[in-house]
Design a protein around this ligand. Structure first.
Ligand code: MIG
Length: 652
C-alpha cells in the first residue's frame, strides 16, 4: 500500500507515473518538525536502512549522512555525502516497523541516518517542499516492488550492451580503436563495444566528429559494425559557444539555453571552453536536443553515454571575473596562513561552485526556477531528452544509453555508470555495495568503471574486478587519461582474462533473462542476502555477497593477495569454482560460515537449492550466443525448473 503526503509546494519531477491522491493526515513513522524543515524518527538498535541509490559506504546506510546534491566529484571517499546521483528512495526495516519512503524533491535533501545522533534518523530539507510516498509492505522485496510499480518500468538496453565494452579517455583516432579491437580478437577475448570519449569530437563540440581523427566516420562505423563492434560515443551537457556551430546557433536563436537573472544566456565553461547549457527542463529545448542525437544515429551509431550532466562547471564567466578582481587584493602582499589559503580557495573554488548554481534559471512547466531548486533533475532530463527522441528516431531498435547524473524517473530512459571511481580495492567493494541500492531505485542497467577510472590499476585488482564485473549488466573497462593502460590484453595473464570474460558470455542468457524478469516484475537483479532471507539474523550482517537473479549467490574477492575469503551461506548451496566455462569444480557446501579458497583466476558462484544456472558456450560477440546449446548447472532440480526469458534482444 502506498500513500502520498505533501509538504509545502513541491516542484513536480515526473518521477512517479501512477496518479496517487494526496492524504490529509500527518506523515506516518516520522515526526514533522516544520520549524527546522525536517522529519525525524527514533531508531531502535535493530533498525536498518537500505537504498538511496548510488552513494558511498555499505549496504545498510545507517550511521552516516547522505545529501542528494548531484556532484561532479571524482574522489569517492567515505567522507563524501554526495556523488553524482539523487535517488531518494529508502527502506526502513526493523523489528517493530518496516516501510519504504520516497522523498520526491528536485532540490537538496539530506538523510542523516544516525550521524548527528546515532539513534535518530532525520530527513533535512533545504526547502520544505516535497511529495512523500510511504510504502507499507510485508517484506523489503515487496516494498521495493510496490515502489517500482509507481515509477514506471526500467530502461531496457539492446542485448549487445551486455557484452564486454572497452573504453579509455580517449582513443584518439580510428587507428587506435582498430588496434583495440584487433588485440581483443587476437587474444580471443570477447568484446562487443568500444567507447569514444571526448576526443572523437571536433574541439569537444557535441554532435560533431573530428575530420582529422575520424575522417570517414560513416565508413568506420560500418567497418566496426561488420566486425560486430558497436562504437559508443560520449555526449556532454555543455554546448560550445562558437559562431557557425549549428547546435550553438539554433540554441541561441530559439532560446533553448539556460538564462541568468537578466535574461542573458549563462556562460559557463567545460571542455570546449565557454559553453551554454541547454535547458533540458524546457519541453521544446529537450525535444530539440534529443533530435540532435540523430546526427550520430545517421552514422550508424546505436549507443551513447551522457556525461558532465550534474552539470559539471569549470567556472562561470561572471564568477571568474569576480575572482580576478578579488585576486588583486593579494598582489604584492606577504601572504600568511590565512590569506594564502583564502587566495587559494578563490581559485580552487571556481569549479562546481554552489554559488554558480544560483546564477541561472530554467523554464520548467511554464514557470521560472533558479537552478539550485531543480538541480537534481538536470541530468535526468538530459537523458530523458535522448530517451524520448530515440523512441521517435529509432522506433524499432533499442539504443544504448546511460548517464552519469541521475534522479529517479531517469531509470525509464537510460542506465547509469558510477562515474570516476579509482583503481582501489575499496572501490571494488563499493561497486559491489552500490548495485542493490541502484536496483531498488529502478536503475537496473548499471555498473562501475571496471578496474577503476582514476589511479593506476594492478593486474590482480583488474582480475578480481573483472570477476565481479562479469555479473553487472554494464560491463565496461574504462580508465582516465594519464593512468596506466587498462586494456586486458596488456597484462601478463591474458589467458585468465580471456577465460573469465568468456565466462561472462556464457552467463549472458541467464543475466539477460534475470535482468528482463527484474524489469517486467519490478524486481531487483542484485539482492542483499537480508532481502532474500529475512528470518536469518546473520544475513543482515553480510555486506559483500549478493544474490544475482533467482539462481545464484556471488561472493566476490575484493582484497589484495587473498587466496580465498569467508563466505556465509544462508542455506546449503552448490559451489561452482569457475576458472572457465569448461574448467570448474563443484562442491556442496552446507549452511553457515566457511573459508572458501579461490585463486586469482577463480570465480565463486553458489547455486541455490532448487535452482538452475544456464550456461552458453562462450563466443566472441553477444550476437553469436547459441541459445540452443545451453548447458545447465543444477542443484537438486533440473533444467526445466528454470524459466528463461528470451527475446530478439533488439526490438522495443
Ligand atoms: O571530468 O570525458 O566520468 O568517464 O572519461 C572528466 C572525460 C570528464 C568524466 C567521466 C569520464 C570521462 C571523462 N569525463
Amino acid at each position: 500500500m502506498i500513500k502520498k503526503f505533501r509538504i509545502g509546494n513541491p516542484i513536480e519531477t515526473d518521477s512517479v507515473v501512477t496518479k496517487i491522491d494526496i492524504e490529509n493526515g500527518k506523515i506516518p513513522y516520522f515526526e514533522t518538525v516544520s520549524a527546522e524543515k525536517k522529519l525525524t524518527l527514533k531508531m531502535e538498535k535493530s533498525d536498518r536502512v537500505y537504498g538511496l541509490g548510488e552513494t558511498v559506504r555499505g549496504i545498510n546506510k545507517r550511521g552516516y549522512i547522505f545529501t542528494s546534491n548531484c556532484s561532479d566529484d571524482p574522489n569517492h571517499t567515505e567522507d563524501k555525502r554526495s556523488l553524482y546521483a539523487a535517488q531518494n528512495f529508502f527502506v526502513f526495516w526493523g523489528k517493530d516497523k518496516g516501510f519504504g519512503m520516497y522523498v520526491d524533491t528536485p532540490g537538496h535533501v539530506s538523510f542523516d541516518i544516525g550521524y548527528t545522533d546515532k539513534d535518530i534518523f532525520s530527513i533535512i530539507f533545504e526547502d520544505f517542499d516535497a511529495d512523500i510516498y510511504v510504502v507499507d509492505g510485508d517484506s523489503i522485496k515487496d516494498i521495493v516492488k510496490q515502489f517500482r510499480g509507481i515509477i514506471g518500468k526500467s530502461y531496457v538496453p539492446p542485448r549487445w550492451a551486455f557484452g564486454f565494452g572497452q573504453s579509455r579517455w580517449s582513443y584518439m583516432n580510428e587507428q587506435e580503436v582498430r588496434e583495440v579491437v584487433d588485440n581483443y580478437d587476437k587474444q580471443d577475448i570477447p568484446i562487443d563495444s568500444v567507447y569514444l570519449d571526448i576526443d572523437y569530437m571536433e574541439r569537444y563540440k557535441d554532435f560533431t566528429v573530428s575530420d582529422e581523427r575520424f575522417p570517414d566516420f560513416k565508413d568506420f562505423v560500418k567497418e566496426m559494425s561488420d566486425k560486430g563492434i558497436h562504437l559508443v560515443p560520449i555526449i556532454d551537457a555543455g554546448v560550445k559557444i562558437e559562431e557557425g556551430y549549428d547546435v550553438y546557433e539554433e540554441g541561441v536563436k530559439n532560446d533553448y539555453f539556460c538564462k541568468k537573472e537578466n535574461g542573458e544566456n549563462l556562460v559557463a565553461a567545460v571542455w570546449p571552453g565557454k559553453v551554454h547549457f541547454p535547458d533540458f527542463l524546457k519541453d521544446d529545448a529537450r525535444r530539440w536536443f534529443g533530435e540532435k542525437y540523430k546526427v550520430l544515429l545517421d552514422y550508424g551509431i546505436d549507443g551513447f553515454w551522457n556525461d558532465m550532466n550534474e552539470p559539471a562547471i569549470f567556472y562561470t564567466e561572471d564568477h571568474l571575473k569576480e575572482v580576478f578582481e578579488q585576486l588583486k587584493d593579494y598582489e604584492g602582499k606577504n601572504l600568511d596562513i590565512e590569506s594564502f589559503f583564502n587566495m587559494q580557495g578563490l581559485v580552487g573554488g571556481l569549479a562546481n561552485n554552489e554559488e554558480d548554481y544560483r546564477r541561472f534559471y530554467h523554464e520548467y512547466k511554464g514557470k521560472k526556477y533558479r537552478h539550485d531548486k531543480v538541480h537534481n533533475i538536470f541530468g535526468y532530463n538530459m537523458t530523458r531528452a535522448a530517451g524520448e527522441a530515440f523512441e521517435r528516431l529509432s522506433p524499432d531498435k533499442r539504443i544504448l544509453m546511460f548517464s552519469r547524473s541521475s534522479y529517479i524517473g531517469m531509470h525509464r530512459y537510460g542506465g547509469v555508470w558510477c562515474g570516476d571511481n579509482k583503481s582501489w580495492w575499496s572501490h571494488l567493494l563499493l561497486n559491489i555495495q552500490q548495485m542493490p541500492a541502484l536496483n531498488m531505485c529502478g536503475f537496473l542497467y548499471s555498473g562501475a568503471d571496471v578496474g577503476g577510472f582514476g589511479a593506476d590499476v594492478t593486474e590482480d585488482l583488474l582480475m578480481r574486478w573483472i570477476e565481479f564485473g562479469i555479473f553487472t549488466p554494464l560491463f565496461r573497462d574504462h580508465s582516465a587519461k594519464g593512468t596506466r593502460r587498462q586494456e586486458l590484453y596488456r597484462f601478463v595473464d591474458k589467458e585468465s582474462f580471456k577465460k573469465i570474460v568468456r565466462l561472462r558470455y556464457s552467463l549472458i542468457p541467464y543475466l539477460y533473462s534475470e535482468f528482463m524478469k527484474a524489469v517486467n516484475n519490478d524486481g531487483m537483479l542484485f539482492t542483499p542476502l537480508s532481502f532474500e532471507y529475512p528470518d536469518d539474523e546473520m544475513a543482515y550482517e553480510v555486506e559483500d555477497q549478493l544474490l544475482v537473479g533467482e539462481s545464484i549467490m556471488i561472493a566476490p574477492i575484493y582484497k589484495q593477495n587473498a587466496s580465498g575469503r569467508y563466505v556465509y551461506l544462508p542455506e546449503e548451496m552448490k559451489l561452482c569454482r569457475f576458472r572457465s566455462y569448461e574448467d570448474y569444480d563443484v562442491e556442496i557446501i552446507e549452511k553457515g560460515h566457511h573459508y572458501i579458497k579461490a585463486d586469482l583466476n577463480e570465480v565463486l558462484v553458489f547455486i541455490r537449492k532448487g535452482h538452475a544456472l544456464p550456461l552458453a558456450a562462450p563466443v566472441e560477440r553477444t550476437e553469436k550466443i547459441d541459445y540452443n546449446g545451453l548447458k545447465y548447472e543444477c542443484f537438486e532440480c533440473d533444467k526445466d525448473d528454470y524459466e528463461m526469458y528470451v527475446d530478439d534482444g533488439i526490438s522495443r
